[in-house]
Design a protein around this ligand. Sequence first.
Ligand SMILES: Nc1ncnc2c1ncn2[C@@H]1O[C@H](COP(=O)(O)OP(=O)(O)OP(=O)(O)O)[C@@H](O)[C@H]1O
Length: 295
Amino acid sequence: MNTLNTVNKEATTMADEPSVPVSEERPAETLIEEGKTVGKPFADDPKFKLRNVEVRYGDTPAIKNISLDIARNEVIAFIGPSGCGKSTFLRCLNRMNDSIDICSVRGELKLDDDDIYDPRRDVVELRARVGMVFQKPNPFPKSIYENVAYGPRIHGLANRKSDLDDIVENSLRKAGLWNEAKDRLDATATGMSGGQQQRLCIARAIAVSPEVILMDEPCSALDPIATAKVEELIAEMSESYTIVIVTHSMQQAARVSHRTAYFHLGHLVEVNETNKVFTAPEHELTESYITGRFG
Ligand SMILES: Nc1ncnc2c1ncn2[C@@H]1O[C@H](COP(=O)(O)OP(=O)(O)OP(=O)(O)O)[C@@H](O)[C@H]1O
């Protein structure tokens, strides 16, 4: 994985070099070939197999013919300019878009060999397998214990109180929150700091034994210290889970991810090893974005 310094150094070097600007004469659209992603969008043993995915809000396309594999136990970062479709695509992975009436999703979307959009699929069970952490920490207005215990209870994961206690403790430990929370498990979660609340939300996701954790800008509301803790956690969690993270911070993508996917105007332009994306991007648009020419 990259370091912050490497990214800054490379970005500075590349910005200084003459290169074809993405300008009015060369609008970004003309540099994109629909359905074509440069780099390495596919994997040998994918956790997610996503083919020809299209998403519309009403008649307006937001995701245009994207195909991508997400490998088992990889951390993949989605980056790109505001409005390019990162969150929309992320939300397809556990059908969070279902709650938006005007949103329609087409294409083949598979988790292992299961069709995510099979109308017979139990969406609650899907979201236990594919958990989500949002931009703004959103604990329930209940105790710390109840926030973590809620999911395992409704999914029937614990028969006895002692089993539930164990799940709560293990989840808080994995989220790096046990030491701060163990003496105040009955205290209300909303009294915690923003960073603690976000780690509690991660503990809540972990508590139902997910296979995948989706993170939509999980650090954007956090200070640098709380951000560093969540990033450390992502590195630890990647041993057990597949993680997909949307981030506006290229430094964060470089620090936490194995592969980076660059989105532009609803297209998936490039996917490559993170180090390659930030030091030797293959596509002109990726280069323009990481060197700060737009975004
Ligand atoms: N609920 C919605 N209804 C209608 N259009 C939407 C909705 N959500 C997103 N869009 C549109 O879909 C496109 C992609 O939005 P999306 O939020 O997925 O992009 P993004 O890359 O995650 O943006 P950002 O980085 O600003 O969060 C945008 O044009 C946006 O306006």
